[in-house]
Design a protein around this ligand. Structure first.
Ligand code: FES
Length: 386
C-alpha cells in the first residue's frame, strides 16, 4: 500500500486571514456613502437644470422634452407607447424633473433610501429604453451605468451613515431610552456557547439547554420597546419628509423663476418643414424639397430624405448658402435640431452639439459628426437635394 501522507494541521492564522476584519460591518455602511452622494447630487442637479431652463418646456426648442419625445418615438423600443406621450410633453417633462428631484434629495439626505433608489433605478431604466438604447458603444449611454449604480443602494436598503434615516432611528431609540442601534462584532463561539445551535426557533444543541436569558436570539427583542421605537421612527420620518418637501418646493419655485428671469429672453423659433412632393422625380438639380423662401437667413427647416426616410435639416447660414445634414445623431439616433441662439445643431438626448458649417462634433458623446447633404437653390426659387 502506498504511504498516505499525514494530514497537515490547519494553520489558525491562515483562517484568521480569511475572516472579515472586525469592523467590516461598519465599513460596509460607509462604503456606499460616496456612491449615494454622487447619485444624489447628479439627480438633483439634473432636475434643477430642467426646471431652470425654459427651453426644456418649449416645444419649439431643439433641446426640449418635446424634441426628446419626438426623437424617442423614432428610435426607442417603446416607440408604440412614446408616440402617444408627445402631446403631453410638458406634463411628462415636469413629472420627470420633479421625480428626479425627489430621488436626488432623498438620496442626498439618506431618507427612505431604498424607495429613493428604486425610483432612481426606474428613471434610469426609462431613460435607457427611450433615449440611450442605441448608444454605441453601449457604455457611452450613461443611463445604463446609472441603472447599475442604483442597484447596490436598492440592495443595501436603509442608509445608516450621514443620513436622516440613521438620525431618525438613533433619535427614536434615545427617546425610548434605548441605545442607538449599533452592530457589534461578537465571536461566533461566544454566541454558540449561550445559544447552542439555534435553528429556526429550535435549540438543537447543548442538550436542548440553550440559555434563553443570555441568548439575544432566543430572548428576542422587547416588543413593547421595539414598537415604541418604530412608532417614534415613523413620526420623525414623516415630520422630516414634510420639512424636506417644503424646503424643496421653495427651492423649485426659486429655481424656475430665476431660470426664466435670467435665461428666458430669446425664445427659440420652431423650424419650418419642407414638404417634398411624394415621388417627386429627380431632376438635373436633384429632388425638389420646397421653396427656398421657407428657410429665411438664420433659420432652419426640416424635411424627409427621400432615399432613406431619415429626417434632414437645412439652415440658410447666409444669403444663398444652405448647410444641410442628415439630422440623425450618430450617438444614439435622436434627431438634432438647430439652436439659433448659439448657431449650432443640438441633440436633445445627451447634449451633443455640432457645427453648422461642416457638421463636426463640438461637444458631447457623439462619436463623429453629422452626415453632410448637398442642398442648392434652383433658378425657380426652390431647394433641391442632390
Ligand atoms: S443621441 Fe446621444 S447625444 Fe445625440
Amino acid at each position: 500500500m502506498p504511504d498516505v501522507a499525514p494530514a497537515r494541521p490547519r494553520d489558525p492564522r491562515a483562517r484568521a486571514r480569511l475572516r472579515a476584519p472586525v469592523r467590516a460591518s461598519a465599513l460596509s455602511e460607509w462604503a456606499l456613502v460616496p456612491l449615494r452622494l454622487f447619485l444624489g447630487v447628479t439627480f438633483t442637479f439634473a432636475a434643477l437644470q430642467k426646471l431652470a431652463n425654459p427651453n426644456f418646456f418649449n416645444a419649439a426648442s431643439p433641446i426640449s422634452i418635446h424634441a426628446q419625445l419626438v426623437a424617442a418615438a423614432r428610435v426607442s423600443p417603446l416607440r408604440a407607447l412614446v408616440v402617444h406621450l408627445i402631446g403631453l410633453s410638458t406634463v411628462i417633462g415636469a413629472t420627470i424633473a420633479l421625480a428626479e428631484l425627489a430621488v436626488g434629495v432623498a438620496t442626498l439626505l439618506g431618507l427612505f433610501q431604498r424607495v429613493a433608489a428604486v425610483g432612481g433605478a426606474l428613471l434610469s431604466l426609462t431613460f435607457f429604453l427611450t433615449v440611450s438604447f442605441h448608444a454605441a458603444p453601449y457604455y457611452t449611454g450613461a443611463d445604463l451605468v446609472f441603472l447599475a449604480a442604483w442597484l447596490p443602494l436598492v440592495i443595501a436598503g436603509r442608509a445608516t451613515r450621514l443620513s436622516l434615516d440613521g438620525l431618525v432611528r438613533a433619535r427614536s431609540a434615545a427617546e425610548a431610552h434605548r441605545g442607538a442601534p449599533e452592530l457589534v462584532a461578537i465571536p461566533f463561539s461566544a454566541v454558540q456557547s449561550r445559544c447552542g445551535h439555534f435553528d429556526q426557533g429550535h435549540c438543537d444543541a447543548l442538550g436542548g439547554a440553550c440559555n434563553s436569558s443570555e441568548c439575544p436570539v432566543l430572548a428576542g427583542p422587547s416588543s413593547s420597546t421595539g414598537d415604541a421605537v418604530d412608532r417614534r421612527a415613523v413620526v420623525l420620518a414623516t415630520a422630516s419628509t414634510v420639512l424636506v418637501g417644503g424646503a424643496v418646493a421653495v427651492g423649485v419655485t426659486v429655481t424656475a423663476v430665476a431660470g426664466r428671469v435670467v435665461g428666458g429672453a430669446v425664445p427659440p423659433v420652431a423650424p419650418n418643414t419642407l414638404h417634398a412632393a411624394p415621388g417627386a422625380p429627380r431632376t438635373a438639380l436633384g429632388v425638389e424639397l420646397g421653396a427656398a423662401r421657407d428657410v429665411p437667413v438664420g433659420t432652419a427647416a426640416t424635411f424627409t430624405i427621400p432615399a432613406t426616410g431619415d429626417p434632414g435639416i437645412v439652415v440658410q447660414a447666409s444669403e444663398g448658402v444652405f448647410d444641410a445634414y442628415d439630422a440623425v445623431c450618430p450617438h444614439a439616433g435622436c434627431t438634432v435640431g438647430y439652436y439659433a441662439q448659439n448657431h449650432v445643431f443640438a441633440c436633445p438626448c445627451h447634449g451633443s452639439q455640432f457645427l453648422v458649417a461642416n457638421g463636426d462634433v463640438i461637444s458631447g458623446p457623439a462619436p463623429h459628426g453629422l452626415a453632410k447633404l448637398t442642398v442648392v437653390e434652383g433658378p425657380d426659387g426652390n431647394l433641391y437635394l442632390k
